[in-house]
Design a protein around this ligand. Structure first.
Ligand code: FES
Ligand code: FES
Length: 156
């Protein structure tokens, strides 16, 4: 496999890297940039633990080649907080105890951020549908739903 020199925009910073042509974004983020909040699990697009944002949209980094996202804006869980303040979605997950082992949590939080970017007031059905690609083996779904509800512009 030949390497290519790519420039990636990750969490607001540019990185120029030598990337093997078949390397996934998951591998690049974890192995080259040491952003291990991007979780590696199924590797086949079934669990959502590897979710990151690309230009604000949630994608599975295990199914995405790094070369496909050159010069796009990539956000991982490490890039959500600003000036030492947790993102409101991160805070809501803490406030609602929306995790146990937390392995799935970065992916859920980033999917929630993407959902709210598209729809500031999703109803419960819309939340469940949007987050259906994120799995939680600990079964924290009720608390996750409550955390997302709390982030809506109009809470009930
Ligand atoms: S590791 Fe990417 S969806 Fe499971
Ligand atoms: S909190 Fe453990 S997998 Fe979701």
């Amino acid at each position: 496999m030949s390497d290519r020199t790519l420039t990636l925009q990750v969490n607001g910073r540019p990185y120029t890297l030598e990337v093997p042509s078949g390397q996934t974004l998951l591998e690049t983020l974890r192995e080259s940039l040491e952003l291990v909040g991007v979780r590696d699990s199924c590797g086949i697009g079934m669990c959502g633990t590897c979710t990151v944002l690309v230009d604000g949209r949630a994608i599975s980094s295990c199914l995405t080649l790094t070369a496909q996202v050159e010069n796009k804006h990539i956000t991982t869980i490490e890039g959500l907080s600003q000036d030492g303040q947790l993102h409101p979605v991160q805070q809501a997950y803490i406030d609602h105890g929306a995790f146990q082992c937390a392995y799935c949590t970065p992916g859920f939080i980033l999917s929630t951020v993407a959902l709210l970017g598209e729809n500031a007031n999703p109803d419960d059905a819309a939340i469940r549908e949007y987050l259906a690609g994120n799995l939680c083996r600990c079964g924290s779904y009720v608390n996750i739903l409550n955390a997302v509800r709390a982030c809506r512009t109009i809470d009930d």
